[in-house]
Design a protein around this ligand. Structure first.
Ligand code: TYM
Length: 332
């Protein structure tokens, strides 16, 4: 297995990122060769503050290590330090079709009503994402459900490139998404129909991995819920988006089936369930938060980890980049 995935360093690592993706990154470290990166080039597709982006890049590296990304077993780097990502994106721009990009729901969501005012980078963002994974011949890409469409596009681009320019060889491997069924989409604590997201203006909508125990408990207790007791079976969660989300979070953290959680809490109200969920979260996050706090201001260590990771990533991607240039007839 070749495992590749990225995260934008645009703010705090939250519970959605952790349960949807990062926990699987950590688990997959024993299953194959892993490349994990900070998608800092993607982050310039939206308005941003340069100094903040630099700080967030280091901070996200610290957060990933705190979650268990082990730089002895996985290559951790930031995209900018491996120029092959940007180079391959340009090469793939010749293969990706405007019609394909027009269908991307994330572009529609993020550009909103102001499509004409969105950056070109926001539109071509999925082509860079395709380059990110194709560059390493990724077989598996651990992500949350919201990235599935981008990965399908990466497969389409790889397939068309192989057909058009491969001359009978597979220049690129077709990557498969690796999505955790139980935590594919963690929802906002304020609205069970909206995804938990870094860009939500309300910090109460998400649990950040750096939140202290009091804050975690407060956010869980104030999370939107309803007046009914919890049901005893999964069907009873239908039409109760907030209840379903909180039970799913419990199940994902406890690594237990939702049915087991409902067996324990069915018939109980949120007055009992929320404190139990809060405590479970606090205990699970405590060692992560401690490691994060110890590492986050150690700029020298973080920079040297990223430099070493980039060196390994540059070496691992060189042959594929070369093959792509050659396939296109570009004289190097
Ligand atoms: P990003 O930075 O928005 O999110 C990082 C990872 O967290 C997952 N995720 C969630 N999973 C479940 N529930 C949620 N509420 C939730 N919110 C976020 C995302 O699915 C993602 O796996 N475009 C990507 C970054 C990227 C990338 C790549 C990913 C760039 N290149 C190549 C994989 C492969 C993004 O913005 O993720």
């Amino acid at each position: 297995m070749r495992i590749v995935s990225g995260i934008q360093p645009t703010g705090n690592l939250h519970l959605g990122n952790y349960l949807g993706a990062i926990r699987n990154w950590v688990k997959l470290q024993d299953e194959g060769e892993c490349f994990f990166f900070l998608a800092d080039l993607h982050a310039i597709s939206m308005p941003h503050d340069p100094a903040q982006l630099t700080a967030n890049t280091r901070e996200m590296a610290a957060a990933l290590i705190a979650c268990g990304v082990d730089t002895d077993r996985a290559v951790l780097f930031n995209q900018t330090q491996v120029p092959a990502h940007a180079e391959l994106q340009w090469l793939l721009n010749g293969t990706a079709r405007i019609g394909w990009l027009n269908r991307m729901t994330q572009f529609k969501d993020k550009s909103g009503k102001n499509r004409e005012g969105a950056s070109v980078a926001l539109f071509t963002y999925p082509v860079l994402q395709a380059a990110d994974v194709l560059l390493y011949q990724a077989s598996h890409v651990p992500v949350g459900d919201d990235q599935k469409q981008h990965l399908e596009l990466a497969r389409d681009i790889a397939q068309k490139f192989n057909n058009d320019f491969g001359g009978g060889t597979e220049v690129f491997t077709l990557p498969d998404p690796y999505i955790p069924p139980e935590a594919a989409r963690i929802m906002s604590l304020r609205d069970g129909t909206a995804k938990m997201s870094k860009s939500d203006p309300s910090d109460m909508s998400r649990i950040n991995l750096a939140d202290d125990p009091d804050t975690v408990m407060k956010k869980v207790k104030k999370a939107k819920s309803d007046a009914e007791p919890l049901p005893s079976d999964i069907e009873g969660l239908d039409g109760r988006a907030e209840a379903k989300n909180l039970v799913s979070i419990y199940a994902a953290i406890a690594e237990a089936p939702v049915a087991d959680v409902l067996r324990d809490f069915g018939g109980e109200g949120f007055g009992k369930f929320k404190p139990a969920l809060g405590e479970l979260l606090v205990e699970h996050l405590r060692p992560i938060t401690e490691r994060f706090t110890a590492l986050k201001d150690d700029t020298a260590t973080l920079d040297s980890i990223l430099r070493a990771g980039a060196e390994r990533a540059r070496a691992a991607s060189a042959d594929t980049l070369d093959a792509a240039y050659r396939a296109l007839g570009l004289l190097r």
